[in-house]
Design a protein around this ligand. Structure first.
Ligand code: GLY
Ligand code: MN
Ligand code: MN
Length: 272
């Protein structure tokens, strides 16, 4: 077709997908809402002795009831499994004293939620689990605060990384807040990606604009290693939320799933 001028369509389509319309935001909210409901069901269900796949089935029930589907293969990882970033077997028993990391999201009408919660199998965080959890929480809060229109896409990653490095240094897990190699050992992924028609959605990673939806997902994963105090071994914590960029403050779409220690423990107490 010599008279036609051809250009790649993908780049134009990608651009259209990044800033969501009101209808797209409604669909994303429904996906996230189904996901949060599934999490609350899990809080009710979890106790020592249940298996990871039984927990997965609880989410499936909630999703299917509301016309949702798993947006991706869920990660239901108890104990040392929560340090395996892409753990997908979900076939182990959840034991007292362990943390359970749940990276589970529903899709609804092709729009995807992507959420992670890390909860104590027995309903109470140990002091070490609490220390790491609170640090990841603080990092996530810093990341969310940076999720504002006009900020660089990776501002949340920088902010969360700074908080994590300071906290790990205070706990004696790395030599100082400037120890970037040490930080990478325990936090080996980024905090954010776009969310929408794909879980890892397309986009150009430019400055944030109102209507974009991104994840904020810091984590710390402490392996068994001779140079680490055993009291920290096998503690893996990630907290992941879906955040809408606006003209003003960021909106946490997945706020229906509690993520503060007191709220999680209180809910596990009242409903078990
Ligand atoms: N569930 C995939 C991710 O968190 O990016
Ligand atoms: Mn994610
Ligand atoms: Mn995830």
């Amino acid at each position: 077709f010599p008279l036609h001028n051809f250009r790649r369509l993908a780049l134009l389509m990608h651009e259209l997908r990044v800033v969501k319309t009101d209808l797209e935001i409604e669909l994303l909210k429904e996906a996230v809402d189904i996901t949060a409901k599934g999490f609350r069901r899990t809080l009710r269900f979890l106790k020592p002795g249940v298996t990871e796949y039984e927990v997965e089935a609880e989410w499936a029930r909630e999703f299917i009831k509301r016309r949702g589907k798993f947006a991706y293969t869920p990660i239901v990882a108890a104990g040392k499994n929560n340090c395996v970033l892409h753990y997908l077997q979900n076939d182990q028993v959840c034991k007292k004293g362990q943390l359970l990391l749940l990276d589970v999201g529903s899709s609804y009408a092709n729009y995807n939620a992507d959420m992670t919660r890390t909860i104590p199998v027995s309903g109470t965080y140990s002091p070490e689990q609490r220390a790491i959890y609170e640090l990841v929480y603080r990092a996530q809060e810093a990341g969310i605060r940076a999720t504002r229109a006009g900020n660089p896409f990776f501002a949340s990653n920088s902010e969360a990384s700074r908080v994590l490095a300071e906290g790990l240094a205070e706990l004696g897990l790395i030599s100082s807040a400037a120890d970037t190699g040490g930080l990478r050992r325990f936090f080996m992924h980024g905090t954010s990606h776009y969310l929408g028609l794909d879980v890892h959605d397309v986009g150009s990673y430019g400055p944030l604009r109102p209507g974009e939806v991104v994840t904020i997902e810091p984590g710390i994963y402490i392996p068994v290693a001779a140079d680490i105090d055993p009291k920290w071994w096998n503690i893996g914590v990630r907290i992941e939320d879906d955040v809408l960029v606006t003209d003003g403050d960021p909106v946490i779409l997945s706020g229906g799933a509690p993520r503060q220690i007191d709220d999680v423990e209180a809910l596990m107490r009242t409903i078990s």
